[in-house]
Ligand binder design. Structure first.
Ligand code: PHE
Length: 430
């Protein structure tokens, strides 16, 4: 088993249930730039805390996105203010930031191995249609990733992309055959040092023509799979040096066969990416009936945490100079020196859950109040009594990466958490 680290691939989870039954999947064709919708419904003033109200709009690649277009008081919307405020930040575009440094190092590998072959995109809008995010890459109707519990919905037909694969079909239709797409992706998730609801991925895609594989005597699929593995083993060596690697067979809706690459790093097998030979149907729909292709998707935080020794995923968002000043352009793998470790403070809370309770919803409430001061939310006790009522006890770890927190501040946060957990999640505190 590989070390589970910084957002493992959601799509390798089997297709399980449909919790968003009834949402129509009408296709909206969104262009590569950010969208603008019709009249927004009034925004919910209770969502944010008064000292952390984000701006009313953010900029993404020169395009303004109004908060009212993304955060709405509507049952088909589950985007909180804290997520909206991340939309324009594009950490992967900063050359001095570990994510930007890593992106550039991967670009270097592709530029030297395949000169002038791959087109690069790092500015595509993260607000995409359900069609782009799921249907175009053949994610089944009942796949868990489509659920309201796992994905941020702007409305019933629009989501914050949960993977960069959302752009595959569109770029293929536009005629691109070799491309890399880097961007921020959004997933509702639990809270710990390797999970954050916004992270960054890079997608790679390469199309082959019959000429490419016919000379080799192999069939197209075997040829593409072999080329894919060679390409990614080379990339792993470029980033990590002479590491031990292994390939694991897996499942993704959009590739077949599908693989995960693991590397042996600091005494653990670490899953670095998901990939595979693109499903023929995806190529066919973009008019490519005689071709074969491969695709991969890798999580930048996961790799950067290892390469730069970054112990907590929240640090990537830090604007503290003691963090930002430690990295410079082109310096892959400069080891991060923690500037100091502030003590954590633990608070437990127990409540009787109801049928609709989910851990992701709890985490969203906690993050909504404590923001990046929350380090971990962990289930420490779970039992069902004779009457069939289930109780959960969660331990919340509060810790700032930048300063010591006062007792008063933490007690305030915890009281707020208790109140909102009770009101928003309809659970009964014990
Ligand atoms: N989109 C997948 C994920 O986020 C990763 C992936 C991309 C797998 C391309 C295969 C091919 O989990």
């Amino acid at each position: 088993m590989a070390l589970s680290f910084a957002q493992s691939t959601l799509f390798s989870k089997p297709s399980l249930f449909l919790s968003r039954n009834g949402f129509p999947n009408l296709a909206v064709s969104l262009s590569l730039s950010c969208f603008s919708t019709s009249a927004a419904v009034s925004s919910d003033n209770n969502r944010g805390h008064k000292w952390r109200q984000p701006a009313a709009s953010v900029e993404h690649g020169g395009v303004k996105i109004a908060k009212d277009d993304v955060v709405r008081d509507d049952p088909t919307n589950n985007v909180p203010d804290t997520i909206f405020s991340k939309l324009g930040l594009q950490l992967h575009k900063r050359d001095q930031h570990p994510l930007g440094i890593l992106k550039n190092a991967i670009y270097n590998y592709f530029d030297t191995t395949y000169p002038n072959k791959f087109d690069k995109f790092d500015d595509l809008c993260p607000i995409v249609s359900v069609k782009q995010n799921f249907d175009d890459v053949l994610v089944p109707e009942d796949h868990v990733s489509r659920s309201y519990n796992d994905t941020y919905y702007v409305d019933s037909q629009t989501v914050l992309r949960c993977h960069t694969s959302a752009h595959q079909a569109e770029l293929l239709r536009k005629g691109f055959t070799h491309f890399l797409v880097t961007g921020d992706v959004y997933r509702r998730d639990s809270i710990d040092s390797t999970h954050y609801p916004v992270f960054h991925q890079m997608e790679g895609f390469r199309v082959f023509n019959p000429d490419d594989w016919e000379a080799s005597g192999m069939d197209g699929t075997s040829y593409a799979a072999k080329d894919l593995k060679k390409c990614l083993e080379g990339l792993a060596r470029h980033l990590f040096g002479a590491v031990e690697m292994r390939w694991i067979d897996t499942y993704f809706p959009f590739t077949n066969p599908s693989f995960e690459l693991e590397i042996y790093f600091q005494e653990n097998w670490l899953e670095v990416l998901g990939c595979g030979v693109t499903e023929q149907e995806i190529l066919k729909r973009s008019g490519k009936t005689n071709n074969v292709a491969w695709a991969f998707g890798l999580g930048l935080e996961r790799l950067a945490m290892v390469l730069f020794d970054i112990p907590d995923i929240r640090l990537f968002w830090s604007t503290d100079e003691r963090f930002t000043s430690q990295f410079s352009k082109g310096q892959l793998g400069a080891k991060f020196k923690p500037f100091s470790k502030f003590p954590p403070c633990y608070k437990d809370m127990s409540f009787w859950i109801n049928d609709s309770f989910t851990e992701n919803n709890l985490c969203e409430v906690v993050r909504g109040i404590a923001g990046d001061l929350v380090e971990e939310v962990r289930l420490i006790d779970n039992f069902t009594n004779k009457k069939g009522m289930t109780s959960h006890c969660y331990r919340i770890a509060y810790r700032s990466m930048e300063r010591s927190l006062t007792d008063e501040e933490i007690n305030d946060l915890q009281w707020n958490v208790r109140e909102q957990v009770e009101n928003k999640l309809n659970v009964v505190l014990r």
